[in-house]
Design a protein around this ligand. Structure first.
Ligand code: 13P
Length: 257
């Protein structure tokens, strides 16, 4: 299970440090649960140098290498700051910041070439869902974003399914909606690669995931954790999500009666 926080453009640098201190006082993540936080980019180097009680993620990366690219930061630069994971293809970047399918695919390549793990986001709009094209939409995003990758680098790919209508809206996909999309993604991965690879790729759910609904979502067979926005900003609620993931791991390991 992977519980990943995406802070988006929230928190001052002091607040980010306070979060790290508060979070360090909680018990270590349960066995089988990885914790990652993606703070705003300007804080990464300082947090990475100081050491933080979670894996450090970036919310964005340049689609190019080094050079005359004012304002961009490369995957290698992130790696040098202690970043292990990079979120690519988030709907807020696809819709508002020009990350079309081609650019998303380039970013995926850059992240993997730098030896980092990519958290590849996909998800449909409300209109897509109401028009019953949500599966097509998500599988097309996967096709253009990851199908070109070798089986070898797929071990450093995480897929986050984030229905756009559930992001920051308080609306959450039902466990059934999440599970059926995750199962479709798993199936697509097993056809594009093989069942072993498909089984090993963590599939995260994102979209108003919070302590009150995490147990139900994390209990779904093909949900391997969450990409959390709002509920990752407070250390207590983020910790509650980590504990929910711990319960899901325990329940999965229980022998079936
Ligand atoms: P919320 O959890 O605030 O809905 O955000 C989800 C998200 O976009 C994480 O990347």
């Amino acid at each position: 299970m992977l519980v990943a926080g995406n802070w988006k453009s929230n928190k001052s640098f002091n607040e980010a440090q306070e979060f790290a201190h508060a979070f360090a006082r909680f018990p270590k993540a349960p066995l089988g649960v990885e914790v990652m936080v993606a703070p705003p980019a300007p804080y990464l180097a300082a947090l990475g140098t100081k050491g933080v009680p979670f894996l450090l993620g970036a919310q964005n990366v340049s689609s190019t290498g080094p050079g005359a690219q004012t304002g961009e930061f490369t995957a290698d630069m992130l790696s040098g700051c202690g970043v292990t994971d990079v979120i690519v293809g988030h709907s807020e970047r696809r819709d508002g910041h020009g990350d079309d399918d081609d650019r998303v695919a380039e970013k995926v390549n850059r992240v993997l070439d730098a030896g980092l793990r990519v958290v590849f986001c996909c998800g449909e709009s409300l209109h897509d869902r109401q028009s019953d094209v949500h599966f097509d939409k998500v599988l097309r995003q996967l096709e253009s974003g990851v199908l070109h990758l070798s089986a070898e680098v797929m071990s450093r790919v995480v897929v986050a399914y984030e229905p756009i209508w559930a992001i920051g809206t308080g609306l959450t996909a039902t466990a059934l909606q999440a599970q059926e999309m995750h199962a479709a993604i798993r199936q697509w991965l097993s056809e594009a690669y093989d069942t072993d690879i498909a089984k090993r790729i963590p599939l995260l759910y994102g979209g108003s995931c919070k302590p009150s609904n995490a147990d139900e979502l994390f209990a779904c067979q093909d949900v391997d954790g969450g990409l959390i926005g709002g509920a990752s900003l407070d250390p207590e609620s983020f910790q509650a999500l980590v504990e929910a993931a711990g319960r899901a791991v325990m329940n999965r390991e229980k022998p079936k009666a």
